[in-house]
Design a protein around this ligand. Structure first.
Ligand SMILES: Nc1ncnc2c1ncn2[C@@H]1O[C@H](COP(=O)(O)OP(=O)(O)OP(=O)(O)O)[C@@H](O)[C@H]1O
Length: 317
């Protein structure tokens, strides 16, 4: 559904996107992850024909994004970060007009608008004019607009930003359902690592306009970080003795009376480690198996935390 080769966008001296090669197949659900300014939105804006690449090529749904813009647009839905909806019409009418703009019949547009109003929890706002809606309500209306023509490929630029947890969950359900029912291909950007982790089977990490990792969340975590077993002891000397006992069980790191063991398959190994320590007479007082998050992956890959510029920063705005 998407094929890019050396896709590049420069804004004067800023290399926003720096030679991206990307292939996305039909029905995939892909999350683009990266800190502020990494180039995620610029990539989506090129793929949705809103801005032309400086160099490289991209085809979307089989059409070149520069030469066949109209063909691309008819097949995709794009929900950007700004408010796409107008102001003077009622929410429901905006949706119906949008459906008509995509060539749907009045009847189909109405039916689809009703379906989306219900599934995105827009009942209370459907008959109000857009100008009177709150930011979150407007966001949900924008999302409904992007879905009106049931596109085969959907681009969502930070769909959850500005939504409360319940609406975020509703939206995630809706996206997963679209995929299950219609095999819609979905590419989304997000700052919410848990969202990427739970929804996407493929996570692409972008930094400085380049792809630095591309895999399933589970494999990214296993390959780049691995599990950690955290052990606590009654005294520092117990921890030192335990570290000697556990030589060979993984990478060990001792801080005071705590010991961290970095290893694969930590849940299984934890049992063996506890047994070994008990037998040696230095039993652990505390144990915790810590699974890595996508943020740990990002930190490992870039030396920076995605959270610093991510959802938390957004929430403080
Ligand atoms: N129209 C523009 N003119 C000049 N520079 C731009 C323009 N659009 C984006 N940039 C720059 O390109 C870089 C990539 O921006 P982009 O919006 O693609 O990042 P992003 O990963 O989507 O970030 P965010 O998470 O903040 O949305 C940034 O340095 C940004 O300042």
């Amino acid at each position: 559904m998407i094929e890019t080769r050396g896709l590049t966008k420069h804004f004067k001296d800023v290399r926003a996107v720096d030679g991206i090669d990307l292939t996305v197949g039909r029905g995939e659900l892909v999350a683009l992850l990266g800190p502020n300014g990494a180039g995620k939105s610029t990539t989506l804006r090129m793929l949705t024909t809103l801005i032309p690449p400086t160099a490289g090529t991209a085809t979307v749904a089989g059409f070149d994004v520069v030469r066949r813009q109209r063909d691309v647009r008819l097949r995709i839905g794009y929900i950007g970060q700004g408010n796409g909806a107008g102001h003077s019409q009622r929410g429901r009418d905006e949706l119906i007009s949008q459906g008509r703009a995509y060539g749907m019949s009045v009847r189909d547009s109405r039916a689809r608008a009703t379906e989306l109003i219900s599934s995105l929890g827009l009942d209370e706002v459907a008959d109000r004019t857009v100008a009177t809606l709150s930011g979150g309500q407007r966001r949900r209306l924008d999302i409904a607009m992007g879905l009106i023509h049931a596109p085969e490929l959907l681009f969502l630029d930070e769909p959850s930003t500005g939504l409360d947890p319940q609406n975020r969950a509703n939206l995630q359900d809706h996206i997963l359902k679209l995929r299950a029912d219609r095999d819609t291909t979905i590419v989304l950007t997000t700052h919410y690592l848990d969202e990427a982790d739970s929804m996407a089977e493929r996570v692409i990490v972008i930094d400085h306009g380049r792809i630095i990792a591309d895999d399933t969340p589970a494999r990214l975590k296993a390959e780049h970080v691995g599990d950690t077993i955290r052990l606590g002891f009654d005294t520092e000397s117990d921890a030192t003795a335990a570290a000697r006992q556990l030589d060979g069980h993984g990478d060990l790191e001792r801080t005071g009376r705590h010991l961290q063991v970095h290893t694969e398959g930590a849940a299984r190994k934890a049992v063996a480690i506890l047994d070994a320590l008990r037998t040696a007479g230095t039993p652990a007082a505390e144990i915790e198996v810590v699974r890595p998050t996508l943020d740990d992956v990002f930190l490992k890959l870039t030396g920076r935390s995605l959270r610093e510029g991510g959802a938390e920063a957004e929430a403080q705005k």
